[in-house]
Design a protein around this ligand. Structure first.
Ligand SMILES: [Zn+2]
Length: 410
């Protein structure tokens, strides 16, 4: 091959390259980038959400710890009430002992007075006084009587002194009892105050931890809201590129059609258009469950994932755990938590058709796995942004969301 021929060969390759790279295909890179942006945002959002979940879990822990403290405080309050009753009883005891003490002291005073008066008499008469009194008896019987009386008086005096000593001891014991009871009351009260202070301090600490967690959650939630907006923007960009591609493909299709009608050669032999006929033979994704809770297309409910007023799939209401199946043979391209979709399984059914199974409770397959029609790929759940258990089923055909109801048996 000489240089001239090589040059014209290269030129024709270049021309061919331009020819087989229509706008629709050229923007594929852009589409991939937009999709990647959206995926990245969804992943960031999912990461934030899992941080929120962790914070919520730790708040739950704090709350149950606070509950335990409340129970402990209630227990302490019961003990305090019991102590109050005991203190009341002790106070009554003290009151009784005090009265007994007053009585004992009165008795003591009387005894002392009594003894004092007799001691005064003895002092006045002395022991001679006794004898004088004895010997001045009128007769023998008077003598016996006086001797008996004197013996009785002397015995009574001895007893009085003993009684006084007993009384004094009794008073000392009662005073000790009162002091002991008062000390016990003081101790109980101190324990009550200590226990209460300790619990209050712990509660304050827990409350601070809870508030700090809540503040972090609020911050994360604000970030998630920002991510929602960014995600919606990224999604809009994907939609826009897909729409442009579809318009481009539509233009090519019309040009091909016009050329065919004129008997002219295909102006875009390099572009193979998707089949005009709808694919058939698909299975229903949730066998036996045909309850559509939200159809494909525009809708007023903006609470759904993405906050978009355009629903890019259908929602099939079913109870948590209901199996979801592959609608055809295919390859699992994703089985992972993906932002608002929650647990998401994507199956590539070939021919540019992918099925999105969103909000799953769990997976039955993993990425890269080959699945056959009717094989369970996951289970209905309510993960991601979802208000209740359902399967969000989306059909992406050649990069554009299509209404699955146009393809599925229903
Ligand atoms: Zn949905």
């Amino acid at each position: 091959m000489n240089f001239k021929r090589l040059g014209s060969f290269l030129l024709s390759v270049l021309l061919l390259a331009t020819l087989i790279t229509p706008k629709a295909l050229a923007s594929n890179d852009e589409l991939e980038r937009a999709k990647q942006d959206k995926k990245n945002i969804a992943e960031e959002k999912a990461a934030l959400q899992s941080q929120v979940d962790r914070k919520k879990a730790s708040i739950d822990e704090v709350i149950s710890e606070m509950q335990r403290l409340d129970d402990a405080i209630a227990g302490i309050n019961t003990v305090i009430e019991e102590l109050d009753v005991k203190i009341e009883e002790k106070n009554q005891d003290i009151e009784e002992v005090k009265q007994e003490l007053v009585k004992a002291q009165q008795e003591l005073e009387e005894m002392e007075e009594d003894l004092n008066s007799r001691v005064r008499v003895m002092y006045m008469y002395g022991n001679d006084g006794y004898l004088e009194l004895l010997f001045s008896s009128e007769d023998f019987s008077d003598f016996i009587s006086r001797a008996d009386k004197m013996a009785a008086i002397m015995k009574a005096d001895k007893k009085s002194v003993r009684n006084i000593e007993d009384k004094r001891n009794e008073i000392e014991v009662k005073k000790d009892e009162i002091e002991e009871a008062l000390a016990e009351i003081e101790e109980s009260k101190e324990k009550q105050v200590e226990a209460k202070d300790e619990q209050e301090a712990k509660k304050t600490e827990q409350e601070a931890v809870r508030a700090a967690n809540q503040q972090e959650i609020d911050t994360f939630m604000a970030e998630i809201e920002e991510k929602d907006a960014a995600e919606a923007e990224a999604d809009a960009k994907v939609q826009q590129i897909v729409a442009e591609q579809q318009a481009e493909l539509e233009r090519i299709r019309q040009e091909k059609q016009a050329a065919a009608q004129q008997g002219e050669p295909d102006p875009h032999p390099e572009v193979e258009l998707p089949s005009e006929t709808s694919p058939t033979g698909y299975l229903w994704p949730v066998p036996g469950v045909y309850y559509i809770t939200s159809p494909f297309g525009p809708r007023s409910d903006v609470s759904h994932f993405g906050g978009s007023s355009y629903h890019n799939g259908i929602d099939i209401g079913a109870s948590t755990g209901t199996p979801c199946v592959a609608i055809a043979d295919g390859v699992v391209t994703e089985a992972a938590y993906t932002g608002g979709y929650g647990n998401l399984v994507i199956v590539d059914f070939g021919g540019g058709v992918s099925g999105y199974y969103g909000h799953l409770n769990g997976y039955a397959v993993s990425a890269g796995e080959r699945v056959s029609a009717g094989q369970t790929v996951g289970y209905v759940g309510s993960t991601g942004i979802s208000s209740g258990p359902h399967l969000h089923f989306g059909m992406l055909i050649n990069g554009g969301w299509q209404n699955p109801m146009n393809y599925l048996p229903y």
